[in-house]
Design a protein around this ligand. Structure first.
Ligand code: TRP
Length: 333
């Protein structure tokens, strides 16, 4: 029997090449390598994003941008994929409430994101509940509903989300022991740490450091960003180190032959301007086709809505079956 593999992506609005190499490409590869009867459920965790996104336009645009990005990269090409928006599946929010009632408060007290906020408040001498709303506190329960509501077997996530999947397992066990066997116990599948993608200034690429290379901006903007990569002041004929930001970025896009050639050029000496030009060429070669597709989707919200709606219909069927089982066990039916 095929497995259900599920993961949520939060529309936080940072579409840069760090996400592309760190999240999008590895997921597509995983789908490609999976068994024929596996099912991949990918969803926009839009209601999870409500916790930090309070501007309605930003919320809406981030959702469309994220959907357009994954579609442009080819997510929906495989018939194994069900791509939907969390908020379209009403069943999950009913399940969320039912699960709240078998979730010990102490389990939530231990969740990393909540604990981090409490620690920050303590450090700043603030009330421990400062900036803690119930969305943050209950975040892991909604995530458990996302997972358990789809009969999930595996949840591919980064290491930062591992605890959330373990909490979902605890909640599943708690429900099963209260009402009888109902839920699979989901397992986290920790994605191998893709080497950190470094940003223009050599630190980890992150929106908060303002050092990102945007994924879908036009060719000129891409070039401008690549020109901003920090280099040293060595002259053209001095040998260059490959332990440099520019080389690490070049390497992401280059073929292995191109990479070897660049290593030789670095040994002999090459101007940084020339390296940047070549980096721009290989980056543009990779990004131009997906940029075109992205622009097509992002200018066609209706198409995105239709695709997500088709996904939602399939996902709802699964969630409905799970909720029927749950509602029978709790005595509603
Ligand atoms: N919390 C996840 C994140 O911030 C997103 C998410 C929501 C998720 N629900 C999920 C991931 C269910 C995996 C399974 O990245």
């Amino acid at each position: 029997m095929g497995k259900i593999i599920l993961t949520g992506i939060k529309p936080t609005g940072d579409l840069h090449i760090g996400n592309y190499f760190g999240a999008i490409l590895p997921s597509l590869k995983m789908i490609e390598k999976s068994k024929d009867d596996d099912i991949f459920m990918f969803f926009l965790a839009d209601y999870h994003a409500l916790n930090t996104l309070k501007d309605k336009n930003e919320f809406k645009n981030n959702c469309y941008e994220l959907a357009a990005a994954w579609l442009a990269c080819g997510l929906a090409k495989s018939s194994k994929v069900i791509f939907y928006r969390q908020s379209d599946i009403d069943e999950l929010f009913k399940l969320n409430w039912i699960l709240c009632n078998v979730t010990p408060k102490g389990l939530m007290n231990r969740a990393h994101a909540y604990k981090a906020q409490v620690e920050l408040n303590k450090t700043n001498g603030q009330d421990i509940d400062h900036n803690v709303n119930m969305g943050l506190y209950n975040y892991p329960v909604l995530m458990a509903a996302d997972i358990l509501g789809m009969n999930t077997n595996f949840v591919p996530v980064g290491i930062d989300q591992k605890q959330h999947v373990e909490i979902a397992r605890e909640i599943a066990k708690s429900f099963n022991s209260t009402y009888g066997e109902c839920f699979n116990l989901p397992e986290a599948f920790i994605k191998k740490e893709v080497a950190t993608i470094i940003g223009l200034d050599g630190r980890k690429m992150s929106k908060s450091y303002n050092n990102v290379i945007p994924l879908f901006k036009d060719e000129k903007t891409l070039k401008k960003h690549i020109d901003r990569i920090v280099t040293d002041s060595s002259s053209v004929d001095e040998p260059k180190s490959t332990d440099t930001t520019i080389f690490k970025i070049y390497e992401l896009f280059a073929t292995s032959v191109e990479k070897q050639e660049m290593i030789r050029a670095f040994e002999k000496g090459i101007g940084w301007g020339e390296v940047k030009k070549k980096t721009n060429e290989v980056a543009n070669r990779e990004l131009a086709p997906i940029r075109e597709k992205y622009n097509y989707y992002i200018n066609n919200h209706k198409l995105i809505d239709e695709i997500l709606q088709t996904g939602a219909e399939k996902a709802k069927k699964i969630a409905r079956q799970v909720l029927d089982r749950v509602e029978t066990l709790i005595g509603k039916k």
